[in-house]
Design a protein. Structure first.
Length: 250
């Protein structure tokens, strides 16, 4: 239930997060009115406590899946409740992408769709994976909370046998399983994020030495704004003789 609702949450939240980023001031599709409307809607849904969201969405859930009880019914509020949370995380991940990369792509004539596919999403992938990990762990808690209203899963077992029946063994078992699930999700997310992170940490001393070496090589002031360790690529920003301030890749 956690992973399925997380998947649908990303299906809904990823496009919203991208639009929130693209319509911000100074971005590719700057539109302050659209950004404010979208931001208000996201904030409204984020402010609703999940247990209230489940009850509030019962008519919609029943019309969509035919019932308001069970795992299938719980997927609807779980997905919708996660979507605005995911949208904000996606927006923050995209804000971490170096502005120089986007400017270079625009200077080369790339379309907004090409920039999203080739620049924004690949560069933000490690951060997106970390945020997906946070989302899934949050959904573990949400799904357990949903068990109190008949959503099924470990939450319902813990509620029926642990809270109502007060069976200490069942309660401790459910808690142990929830903790194990969280640890597995966090460990897997950390490994995946590290695997897809091509921007390995460079020491500040190394960056300074590279800057000095490049300035001596090209005889002008420059600044390293981005690097790709696996392909040994650097993006350098500087003022070149006879040209306005531009970005270039070495």
């Amino acid at each position: 239930m956690t992973f399925v609702s997380g998947f649908f949450g990303f299906v809904l939240g990823l496009p919203v997060g991208i639009l929130l980023f693209l319509t911000k001031k100074g971005q590719l599709l700057e539109n302050r009115i659209y950004n404010r409307i979208l931001s208000v809607q996201v904030n409204i849904f984020r402010s609703i406590p999940f247990i209230i969201l489940i009850v509030w969405m019962i008519p919609f859930t029943r019309s969509l899946v035919g019932t308001s009880i069970g795992v299938n019914a719980a997927l609807v509020p779980l997905s919708i409740g996660a979507a605005p949370f995911i949208a904000r995380l996606v927006e923050n991940s995209l804000l971490e992408v170096p502005v120089g990369l986007i400017e270079t792509a625009r200077a080369l004539g790339a379309s907004p769709l090409q920039i999203i596919r080739k620049i924004l999403l690949p560069e933000a992938l490690p951060s997106l994976i970390n945020n997906a990990t946070i989302t899934l762990i949050t959904l573990v808690g949400y799904s357990a909370m949903g068990g109190a209203v008949g959503a099924g899963g470990l939450g319902q077992i813990g509620y029926q046998y642990g809270y109502i029946g007060y069976d200490a063994v069942i309660m401790n078992l459910v808690l142990g399983l929830l903790v194990a699930i969280v640890f597995i999700i966090q460990f897997s997310g950390d490994r995946l994020a590290k695997r897809f992170d091509h921007r390995q940490i460079l020491k500040q001393e190394t960056i300074i030495k590279l800057n000095i070496w490049l300035e001596d090589l090209i005889q002008c002031e420059c600044e390293i704004v981005w690097w790709h360790c696996k392909t040994l690529s650097l993006m350098v920003k500087g003022e070149f003789p006879g040209h306005p301030e531009i970005n270039t890749v070495l």
